[in-house]
Design a binder for this molecule. Structure first.
Ligand code: ZN
Ligand code: ZN
Length: 571
């Protein structure tokens, strides 16, 4: 059979699948399936038939399909196909590769839950969204998750929790060769997503110990240079620098980077007679015995720059002027907001959530279930709200050692309004406004939508402001600078969603929020017991220069009580 025939058959099949998922017109989908089949079976070359005007003799090829074939033979593609492809989310093809997920199921996922990529599908599975979905269930959900796990092994990028877990395992393996092992590179500076992990190790005879056979726990081991090995561990790229001498501070410093940071320092150093390389630190060509990274900065007269700030984004100037922030730590967090309970899609009861917050030593906790238009997540109807309000009173009495704030995560609808009346919004202590659907908007429209929400006096915190799912869904198009400016103007708080799939607000924007005095709330967005960990959010905040004074939930109990009473965000 001609390869042309099978190429075109594939295209028609793809069109049929796209039409079936989008469900514009079931007859057209059928027509394309049929055409694909008969072209595949065809003995003679499809474009020769097109040239001799014999296309319509082929079963399943009518006038309009014949036109497409003609166009394709001449141009290599055709308009109808290009148009369809342009409005079809490409990620759905990956979903269709999961065993058991045909166009019908993909259609349900897309239409009911707005899922158009593997990342979104994984996130929805983890939030238990498929269990109640027509044609799905617990077993299907589990199978899908298992399959996605497998796919991940083959891709090279890893989100922070996975990247740091793998780094920890690799470090353990390397410690069999030497105790002198250090994590360097991007992961030492904190990365929300990593493509590899870098290590520095001292081995006195690199050739003999780190030879091929000795690295049996790694895959694809390659010596790039005498002092450098590239290998894979569970599919994750590992870059190992080998030092024959014990690892020195200058090496640690040098391989931690970033390149831009080192370059900028070197430039300043050249005026002061300071040279830094992996071989050591020299002042006026004399070797200086350095015992800590602090000493390197001190040579310049600068304060110490922690690894997460070494991105050449103004940290050197700030260190020179002694204006580096004191970065937030786990211990600074006094309470948590943005927690879902069994009232919507969370798996913990309200009582359990409060109990848990008490056990963690928090001084306050803010409950926020989904609002009514989040039907896929069991959003709260007015009756549910009354029940929840009553129960909030009960837990407040049972747990006097903690303040319980009652909130809601209200959908920001496509027109920018929140999906409850002002009367209802006014009942809550705080309102988180989040975009959960209709992501595909121009930057202008999306920005106007969120700006309108920020103008709502009841909105307290803007939830996951870019909507991204790391390695799953790109952020929506939005003018983040303007969002932060309006938030500043209106006295709003911006969330740094600490879920490791989100880490949204991005650290690159945290500093802008800080500059404009917009408090950042590091929120767990917890749906179940394992979700309360703020670690990745705190790491993101640190990389974004945030200190205790910049973080909303680092305020102590009394300060939070005062704020909740004054409600400065109401304008
Ligand atoms: Zn949300
Ligand atoms: Zn949420």
């Amino acid at each position: 059979m001609s390869t042309k025939n099978s190429e075109l058959a594939t295209i028609f099949h793809e069109m049929a699948v796209m039409l079936e998922v989008l469900k514009d017109n079931p007859y057209r989908a059928k027509a394309y399936y049929k055409a694909a089949k008969s072209i595949e079976k065809l003995e003679s070359d499809i474009c020769s038939l097109a040239a001799s005007g014999e296309l319509e003799k082929i079963p399943g090829v009518g006038k309009s399909i014949a036109k497409h074939v003609d166009e394709w033979c001449r141009e290599g593609t055709f308009d109808e196909y290009e148009k369809l492809k342009a409005r079809f989310p490409a990620g759905i093809f990956e979903i269709l590769n999961i065993p058991g997920l045909g166009p019908k199921k993909a259609r349900v996922l897309y239409r009911e839950l707005g899922i158009s990529s593997i990342g979104e599908l994984e996130y929805a599975c983890m939030e238990n969204r498929l269990v109640e979905l027509k044609g799905f269930g617990v077993r299907t959900q589990e199978k899908i998750l298992n399959h996605i796990e497998k796919i991940k092994v083959y891709s090279t990028m890893r989100r922070a929790p996975e990247a740091y877990r793998l780094a920890g395992e690799v470090e353990k393996l390397l410690r069999r060769y030497s105790d002198d092992v250090y994590l360097v590179g991007g992961l030492r500076r904190f990365q929300e997503v990593a493509s590899d992990v870098d290590f520095l190790i001292h081995v006195s005879e690199p050739g003999s110990v780190l030879s091929h056979g000795h690295l049996e726990d790694f895959e694809d081991v390659r010596f790039v240079q005498e002092d450098r090995v590239l290998a894979k561990y569970e599919g994750f790229l590992v870059d190992i620098r080998i030092s024959e001498k014990p690892v020195g501070v200058s090496q640690l410093f040098f391989f931690t980077g970033s390149k831009g940071h080192i370059e900028a320092l070197r430039k300043i150093g050249s005026g002061l007679g300071i040279t830094i390389s992996s071989d050591g630190v020299f002042v006026d060509e004399h070797f200086v015995d350095i015992t800590s990274e602090e000493e390197i900065y001190n040579l310049f007269g600068f304060s110490y720059i922690p690894p997460e700030l070494r991105e050449n984004l103004g940290e050197i100037e700030a260190a020179r002027d002694r204006k580096l922030p004191e970065l937030i730590t786990d211990k600074d967090i006094c309470g948590i907001f943005h927690i879902h309970t069994t009232y919507s899609d969370g798996s913990l009861t309200l009582d359990k959530v409060v109990q848990y917050a008490v056990e963690q030593g928090y001084q306050y906790v803010g409950i926020s279930d989904h609002s009514q238009s989040a039907f896929y997540a069991g959003g709260l109807k007015e009756d549910d709200l009354k029940r929840q309000r009553d129960q909030i009173e009960v837990v407040r009495e049972s747990y006097p050692q903690i303040d319980v704030y009652w909130g809601i995560e209200s959908d920001i609808l496509p027109d920018g309004s929140l999906d409850y009346s002002e009367e209802i919004l006014g009942m809550f202590d705080f309102v988180i406004g989040s975009v959960h659907g209709s992501f595909r908007m121009s930057s202008e429209d999306m920005s106007a939508r969120i700006v309108k929400a920020l103008n709502n006096p009841y909105l307290t915190i803007l939830g996951h402001p870019s909507g991204r799912l790391l390695l799953g869904r790109e952020p929506y198009d939005v003018d983040m600078n303007r969002i932060i400016e309006v938030a500043a103007e209106k006295g709003k708080i911006i969330e740094l969603n600490a879920h490791p799939y989100r880490l949204d607000l991005d650290w690159r924007w945290c500093r802008r929020a800080k500059e404009l005095g917009v408090p950042v709330a590091i929120n767990p967005d917890a749906h179940k017991a394992g979700d309360f960990n703020l670690h990745w959010g705190i790491m993101t905040a640190r990389k974004g220069w945030l200190g205790r004074e910049d973080v909303f939930n680092a305020k102590n109990r009394e300060a939070m009580q005062r704020l909740m009473k004054a409600k400065p965000w109401m304008g």
